[in-house]
Ligand binder design. Structure first.
Ligand SMILES: Nc1ncnc2c1ncn2[C@@H]1O[C@H](COP(=O)(O)OP(=O)(O)O)[C@@H](O)[C@H]1O
Ligand SMILES: [Mg+2]
Length: 394
């Protein structure tokens, strides 16, 4: 038998890592050139009516009377609106709508606070990124000014919005919260997306530095000792520009997640109803609870308007999953969102081509599958939208 010849680990994995990354960069360059910008489909009138909170008939009437935006009409007589036109129609309805009491534009008013929603769970695959992307896009289509923040160094949320963390060399939130002089204003980290009312702060691997910098900074500076307020304080600079911020947290309970939670006004915990996922979530709750208690004892109370559990990738015909949901309902009661997000191939398939359900053309997958998934997604997102509006006292 031949013995192994020991080698230096760094030599080996640095070389291999570099080669894989080069080859993937090349592949991605071919598939998705760096200057390519994502575009957005047109939305059928039924969907538009849902986002506007009006009826299809009302939209048809407006169009026939020559009011508001002019939809594209296909051969079959179907009406389609661009996302920009949806917003145009909303502004039009808001100004001219029959009942003066009905507001079509849902943006914050008077003393309404900026809503900051942290989407968290330790477990990868619990649906954080999918939930964040669809919630942010839904809120933008329903007329809110939204900022999505990708706080996961893996950058999946950024990738879904057409950013390529390794190729594009975008700034990340790290640039706005770092402790040294390289720090930039948060405004410099914000990018537009293909949804007119949705901006994003993309992620890159540099975010991970915050996990290493913070313990050092805690020893040496006041800024370090108050690390948990860094996201909240940088968001203050852009507070008037948005109604809702949705943060996709990394799958770990590190300084980034804690800092996001300290900035949050609400917390959405995504959970796939399986035994291992639930066990991991209970660990997460205990750890998070203990850390926030320590913070509170130190005089820093983390206060939320609401907390909800969202059941994700649910398959109701799977008996063990049903049992886990039953167990959650018994213990968590009112804190579970009434509507779970069902498992759907429409969502996973769309994800493979870096698209969300809202970006998918109805014909791209089986129609019944698509309709069921979109219907479920709308229901979940409208329920969360209700909580946001409730926080504004509506
Ligand atoms: N409702 C759903 N139905 C089917 N697949 C889903 C659903 N939600 C998420 N997925 C898929 O599950 C995987 C993990 O989801 P993701 O949102 O990336 O989780 P996380 O961000 O928590 O790691 C992805 O491939 C995603 O496309
Ligand atoms: Mg993720």
């Amino acid at each position: 038998m031949t013995h192994f010849e020991p080698f230096a680990l760094d030599d080996k994995i640095l070389g291999q890592g570099f080669e894989i990354s080069q080859t993937l960069d090349q592949l991605r360059l071919e598939v998705f050139p760096p200057d390519a910008r994502k575009t957005l489909k047109r939305f059928p009138v039924q969907e538009v009516a849902t986002y506007l909170g009006t009826s299809v008939n009302n939209l048809k009437r407006l169009h026939l009377e020559g009011k508001g935006p002019v939809p594209e009409i296909t051969g079959g007589g179907r009406r389609y609106y661009s996302a920009e036109q949806i917003e145009e129609a909303r502004q039009f309805l808001d100004k001219t709508g029959k009942s003066a009491s009905k507001k079509y534009v849902p943006q914050r008013r008077d003393n309404d606070k900026l809503q900051v929603i942290a989407v968290v769970n330790f477990k990868g695959g619990s649906g954080k990124t999918t939930t964040t992307a669809h919630l942010a896009q839904h809120l933008s289509l329903t007329g809110h000014r939204v900022l999505a923040v990708d706080l996961d160094p893996q950058g999946s949320l950024s990738a879904l919005h057409g950013f390529q963390p390794e190729l594009d060399k975008n700034l990340s939130l790290y640039d706005a919260i770092r402790y040294d002089e390289e720090r930039k204003d948060i405004q410099a980290t914000i990018q537009k997306t293909n949804f007119p009312m949705l901006d994003i702060i993309p992620a890159n691997i540099e975010l991970q530095e915050f996990e290493y910098d913070t313990p050092v900074a805690m020893q040496t500076s006041n800024e370090g000792k108050t690390f948990f307020s860094r996201i909240a304080r940088s968001l203050e600079h852009i507070d008037p520009n948005y109604d809702v911020v949705v943060i996709d947290c990394p799958p770990q309970l590190g300084y980034l997640t804690l800092t996001a939670l300290s900035a949050a006004s609400a917390i959405l915990i995504t959970v796939h109803p399986q035994m291992l996922d639930l066990m991991s979530m209970s660990q997460f709750l205990l750890m998070l609870g203990n850390i926030t208690r320590t913070l509170r004892d130190a005089g820093v109370a983390v206060e939320m308007d609401w907390l909800r559990y969202l059941i994700t990738r649910y398959n109701p015909s799977d008996v063990p999953q049903r049992r886990m949901v039953g167990l959650m309902e018994t213990i968590l009661a009112q804190d579970i969102l009434e509507n779970p997000m069902l498992n759907s191939t429409a969502i996973s398939d769309a994800g493979l081509t870096k698209r969300s359900l809202y970006e998918l053309e109805r014909g791209a997958v089986n129609r019944a599958t698509y309709d069921r998934a979109l219907d479920c997604m709308q229901t979940v997102n409208f329920e969360i939208q209700g909580l946001i509006h409730q926080a504004w006292g509506r």
